[in-house]
Design a protein around this ligand. Structure first.
Ligand code: PHE
Length: 462
């Protein structure tokens, strides 16, 4: 199959596709709120350091492994790992992880789609009532929204790498950026908006402790789409002459910049509407921020700018979140899809049909596990906790498996593939890399303290 493997047509195509993967719901709400609660500028500094010193090397390793193998994670690990069982396991894990994360991300994306349609239809006042979200998640309308999202995703993925993922990213990412800038500009003109900027940016080092540091690294890891097999798969769509190193740096910078800029929208919006907000009281959960808190902000906004204008602002916000979520979902579903194509030697269309069925079934189980279908909520109760299937997937895969996958790729580079091979791979398409300080740093860090740190995070969560 590798002879006919599709490749991104250009560097910018890859960068936009990978940035599309990286920029997601986590950037828009999760990151800004975490920063504000955990020391503002101090958190931002720590986060930036993690992106640069820990995430970038892992990112380059994933992309390098993918391009070397020209395969999706499963076969990449199997071939470069010379068939050893433990590396096959790593490849298997890097294939199942994106599938499971896709399920929980799909649920959120479907909700966002529902909120987008409702705010577009002028129902902002209903969205803002306290009971709405609870009723919404337990309503069979979910199925209709799920069908909508599934059609959009398949429409993109069926086009393949160039005509699907790359083309969609080239349209959607600039649109996303434009909407973000529009909202930031609008929000910053509201009275009291700057109080939010202050909470977000003024550093408070007294807030920094072990769990904040841990959280910042987990957030950076998730935000850059690491440990999900995505960058291995996208790396395999690189040509030998493409410059992985520069592309990786640009993706990391873009993702971090979007997260940073989103903070200039999210926090000022909160403080302009609720000046008395205590940052400590903001919810850690992006889900409750997006679906319970934000509709209220937009409704309160209608008192000063009118209901119609507030509905437009809400619609743009949900469209922004939807575009961010769709481009991430596409990347994560591409991993098991391309693995299936390779493993079973089937067409993209066939693989998408199988994936579509499996994902739909699991998404329905996760989405109805809040009470709609008692079996699925009871099932998790029997397991000894009162968590929904949705929460269990989130806890297991986000908290635990992501750092484990990161750890595995570091060990793979150190003990199996060897660091000199990684350097050789990354130097193709970027001749200067071999002699750069970055090469020295990556080679050292990836075989020493990065896996150590990831191992600590992993053992803390199991
Ligand atoms: N980087 C995404 C975010 O911040 C996370 C993600 C990527 C989730 C790809 C799913 C798929 O939201």
């Amino acid at each position: 199959m590798s002879a006919q493997r599709e490749h991104f047509s250009s560097k910018i195509g890859f960068i936009l596709a990978a940035a599309g993967s990286a920029v997601g719901i986590g950037n828009l709400v999760g990151f800004p709120v975490a920063a504000t609660k955990n020391g503002g500028g101090a958190f931002l500094l720590i986060y930036a350091a993690f992106v640069l010193f820990i995430c970038l090397p892992v990112m380059l390793a994933e992309m390098g492994l993918g391009r070397r193998a020209q395969h999706s994670p499963y076969r990449a690990y199997a071939e470069l790992g010379q068939g050893l069982k433990r590396w096959r396991m790593a490849g298997w894990l890097a294939t199942i992880t994106p599938f499971m994360i896709a399920v929980f991300y799909m649920v959120i994306t479907v909700w966002i789609f529902g909120y987008l349609i409702q705010s577009f239809a002028g129902n902002l006042d209903q969205l803002a009532t306290p009971e709405y979200f609870g009723q919404f998640v337990n309503d069979y309308n979910f199925v209709a929204y799920l069908v909508g999202v599934t059609i959009i995703i398949n429409f993109i993925l069926i086009g393949g790498v160039r005509k699907g993922i790359e083309r969609a990213s080239k349209i959607l990412m600039p649109t996303l950026f434009l909407m973000l800038v529009l909202l930031v500009t609008f929000v910053l003109t509201l009275d009291n908006a700057w109080a939010g900027v202050e909470f977000y940016l003024v550093p408070d080092f007294s807030k920094i402790n072990g769990s904040v540091i841990n959280g910042a690294l987990a957030q950076a890891f998730f935000s850059l789409s690491l440990g999900m097999g995505i960058l291995i798969t996208y790396g395999s769509y690189f040509r030998r002459s493409d410059d992985i190193v520069t592309s990786g740096k640009l993706v990391a910078v873009t993702d971090t910049a979007v997260a940073f800029i989103a903070g200039l929208m999210t926090l000022p919006a909160i403080f302009a509407i609720y000046p008395e907000t205590n940052p400590e009281s903001l919810s850690d959960s992006s889900v409750s921020m997006i679906f319970s808190f934000f509709p209220n902000i937009f409704l309160a906004l209608s008192e000063s700018i009118g209901y119609a204008a507030a509905s437009v602002a809400a619609t743009i916000f949900f469209l922004l979140a939807f575009v961010a979520a769709i481009t991430s979902l596409v990347s994560i579903i591409e991993v098991p899809t391309s693995s299936l194509m390779e493993k079973k030697n089937i067409s993209r269309k066939q693989a998408l049909v199988y994936m579509g069925i499996a994902l739909t079934v699991l998404t329905l189980i996760a989405a109805t596990s809040f009470g709609l279908v008692p079996l699925f909520s009871e099932f998790t109760n029997y397991a000894g906790s009162s968590k929904s299937v949705f929460d269990v997937i989130y806890d297991v895969f986000y908290d635990t498996i992501l750092p484990l996958n990161g750890l595995l790729i570091c060990l793979f580079v150190r003990f199996r593939w060897k660091r000199a091979q990684l350097t050789a791979e990354l130097s193709e398409g970027n001749a200067n890399y071999q002699t750069s300080w970055l090469e020295k740093y990556v080679s050292f860090a990836i075989g020493t303290f990065i896996p150590l740190i990831l191992a600590v995070i992993f053992t803390n969560t199991v």
